[in-house]
Ligand binder design. Structure first.
Ligand code: ZN
Ligand code: ZN
Length: 350
């Protein structure tokens, strides 16, 4: 089959690889109908050190079930399903508490080996087909009333954005600052609004992305032209926001998030930061701030988010800026990595 394969720094290739198949009784085989390129795939592209290469990438995908292992009970051949980006066994204590991302059966030492498309242990879905382990725990059937575009982002980035708001307990009347207007930042903004935030302040460097944020009702701050700290203080009578969300993945923005949050407020960090970094702990201590972070378990949030999409209260497909055939996936990576063509999200179709 055709698939996008990681070979190192700025080296993704469309290749012909061995067809996947059922390996364990709890697997299903999915014929992929849509996949997407994620900001975290760009960590591979930009050459953050990964110990392996030669694996199929992609952790945001959906498709039709083509083959089913004998121990799968909730999914059958022909079902249209999405796969959660982080896979759990569904039965251990961690999965039963909702933290599939920390499942000790599917990953070791919290190294994210249970995420599709980052190692040879679990090939991804930027491909014509993909094997999904523990399918009963990790596949979700898609209602026929919803299109592929409307549900694709339930695989990762919509639950990630929602998790940022949920961990920080965003509620009615809150003022929420979101650093970043990329796909995850956009979904954090939408999630804050759907949870009742009174004011959502969006910070970014990109004028086009800020315009999109303003169109969905955010107050915007262009941090290339003005200080986010001064502007948030001016917007909040000098008090600071109830919650700040970091959705970019830059250590200095974690500090800025703490600086713009009111005493007793909360900071959520969902931007991916893979290196150790220093934190202004005195800010968190001195202002009684809580700090939240983590790798998403979509399984936990899909039951909340799917009805909101069905009722039109969340419209995740609006972030799609580019649609390409799988054959042109490498071009999609180049566009996304270079912030070309006002790109926000690239969707691939085999
Ligand atoms: Zn992703
Ligand atoms: Zn588990």
């Amino acid at each position: 089959m055709k698939a996008v394969v990681y070979h190192g720094h700025e080296d993704m290739r469309l290749e012909s690889v061995a067809d996947p198949g059922i390996e364990a009784d709890t697997d299903v085989l999915l014929r992929v109908e849509r996949s997407a390129i994620c900001g975290s795939d760009l960590h591979l592209w930009h050459g953050t050190e990964f110990p392996e290469d030669g694996f199929v990438v992609g952790h945001e995908f959906l498709g039709t079930v083509e083959d089913v292992g004998p121990s799968v009970h909730g999914i059958k051949k022909g079902d249209r399903v999405l796969a959660c980006c982080t896979t759990g066994c569904g039965r251990c204590a961690s999965c039963r508490r909702g933290t599939y991302s920390g499942c000790p059966v599917t990953t070791k030492d919290f190294t994210a080996q249970n995420v599709f498309g980052f190692s040879n242990g679990l090939w991804g879905g930027q491909a014509e087909a993909v094997r999904v382990p523990y399918a009963d725990a990790n596949c979700v059937k898609v209602p026929s009333s919803l299109s592929d575009d409307e549900v694709l982002f339930l695989t990762d980035i919509l639950p990630t954005g929602y998790m940022a708001a949920d961990l920080a307990k965003v509620g009615p009347g809150d003022t929420v600052v979101v650093f970043g207007c990329g796909p995850v930042g956009t979904f954090a903004q939408m999630s804050a609004m759907v949870r009742g935030a009174a004011k959502v302040i969006a910070v970014d460097l990109d004028g086009g992305r800020l315009e999109r944020a303003a169109a969905r009702g955010c107050v915007t701050i262009n941090s290339s032209q003005e200080s986010p700290i001064e502007q948030v203080m001016a917007q909040t009578d000098g008090m600071g926001a109830d919650v700040a969300i970091e959705a970019v993945g830059k250590p200095e923005l974690v500090t800025q998030a703490a600086m713009v949050t009111r005493p007793g407020g909360a900071v959520s960090v969902v931007g991916v930061i893979l290196e150790p970094f220093q934190i202004e702990w005195s800010l968190f201590f001195g202002k009684n701030l809580s700090l939240h972070t983590g790798l998403v378990s979509p399984q936990q949030y899909i039951p909340v988010l799917l009805p909101l999409i069905e009722q039109g209260r969340l419209q995740p497909a609006e972030i799609i800026s580019h649609r390409l055939p799988l054959d042109e996936a490498v071009k999609g990576y180049e566009i996304f990595a270079n912030h070309a063509e006002d790109v926000l999200k690239v969707v691939l179709t085999p």
